[in-house]
Design a protein around this ligand. Structure first.
Ligand SMILES: Cc1cc2nc3c(=O)[nH]c(=O)nc-3n(C[C@H](O)[C@H](O)[C@H](O)COP(=O)(O)OP(=O)(O)OC[C@H]3O[C@@H](n4cnc5c(N)ncnc54)[C@H](O)[C@@H]3O)c2cc1C
Length: 302
């Protein structure tokens, strides 16, 4: 983590769970400053990781400037689905035990933080999530089970879904646009400053005046720090007008990566999870698949 600066602290690479893990991962990043005498930091990036890192630093008495190519509403964070779920951040088959326990720690911190911020101000509410499957659920290796206290497996006469196995849990929904806007406001209220700037390489970044740098550039980190391990996972969503009558979320029920998230600003259908795909355009065939699979799931509903 150290360089010619006092420190460069990296906080990127959260897969499909960056919103979920934001407070916890940023708390781990800020913990790296323990023992430092500096109180001035540059945070690079204004997505959920940059903003939560910046807010935690400010709370600890640091003066923070966020340098960013894009303001929050133009980031990946702003288009996230927003379901609170720490599952798709890593591949459990290859991650080390040390990584898993760090992830568990981050998930717990984050869960606690989001719970405390619940309500319309930060765009966070509790909601029922139904997981639909044709295979029985296995709990044996679920390291996050204690973060889902209200869990119930439903028998076929208790649900209307065309899936053999249905599990209901209570989780949180984070509305990214509201959450990011609120973080931006509180960052400014606490004296933070934004500088719009694109860094083309690491040298440029390390020439900043601030002694401590938090690298929260998401996918941009690959180019900036030459990290060849960071890999994109392309997600495609279908946005529809909000439907207040739908007060729950679903995951699964079809061939791959299906989810329906009902939010106050939008009802969204997902999705895709294409590892290694850097493109950002919507693919009409995927849109058709996502819609058709959800039509099948919900066709028996009134
Ligand atoms: C379709 C989809 C659905 C998702 N659903 C969920 C979900 O339901 N729940 C969940 O928890 N997560 C979800 N995610 C994952 C989540 O969106 C990401 O993990 C998270 O947004 C990453 O945040 P970040 O701050 O690291 O990166 P970003 O939001 O990408 O922000 C990066 C920042 O760095 C800046 N930057 C980059 N390069 C440079 C540079 N060279 N110079 C200056 N600035 C730079 C950018 O301008 C930006 O401000 C989803 C993602 C997608 C795509």
């Amino acid at each position: 983590m150290s360089s010619g600066k006092s420190a460069s602290i990296h906080n990127y690479g959260h897969g499909g769970a960056g919103i979920t893990l934001s407070w916890g991962s940023s708390a781990l990043a800020v913990r790296e400053t323990l023992g430092m005498e500096h109180r001035e930091a540059a945070v690079i990036g204004s997505g959920v990781m940059g903003l939560t890192s910046a807010r935690l630093l400010q709370d600890a008495g640091w003066k923070v400037t966020i340098y960013t190519r894009d303001m929050a509403r133009h980031t990946t964070s702003n288009v996230a689905g927003g379901e609170w779920g720490p599952y798709s951040a890593h591949d459990p088959d290859v991650s080390s035990n040390a990584f898993k326990s760090q992830l568990q720690f981050a998930a717990k911190i984050s869960h606690h933080a989001f719970t405390n911020l619940g309500g319309p101000d930060y765009g966070i509410h509790w909601t029922e999530l139904y997981t639909l499957s044709d295979q029985p659920f296995s709990d044996s290796d679920d390291q996050f089970a204690d973060l889902y206290p209200y869990k119930k497996d439903l028998s076929p006469d208790e649900h209307p879904f065309p899936s053999r196995y249905v599990r209901s849990v209570l989780t949180m929904m984070v509305e990214p646009a509201t959450f990011l806007r609120r973080l931006t406001e509180s960052f400014l209220q606490a004296g933070g400053k934004f500088v719009i700037r694109t860094f083309d390489d690491k040298t440029e970044l390390l020439s900043l005046a601030e002694p401590v740098i938090f690298n929260c550039t998401g996918l941009g980190a690959g180019k900036l720090f030459g990290d060849e391990e960071i890999t994109p996972a392309k997600g495609q969503l279908v946005f529809m007008p909000p439907d207040p009558a739908v007060d729950y979320l679903t995951i699964g029920g079809g061939n791959s990566n299906l989810y329906m998230f009902s939010r106050s600003d939008v009802l969204l259908l997902g999705g895709t999870f294409k590892i290694g795909d850097y493109t950002t355009h919507a693919e009409p065939a995927e849109t058709a698949r996502i819609v058709a699979e959800h039509q099948r799931i919900f066709s028996g509903f009134d």
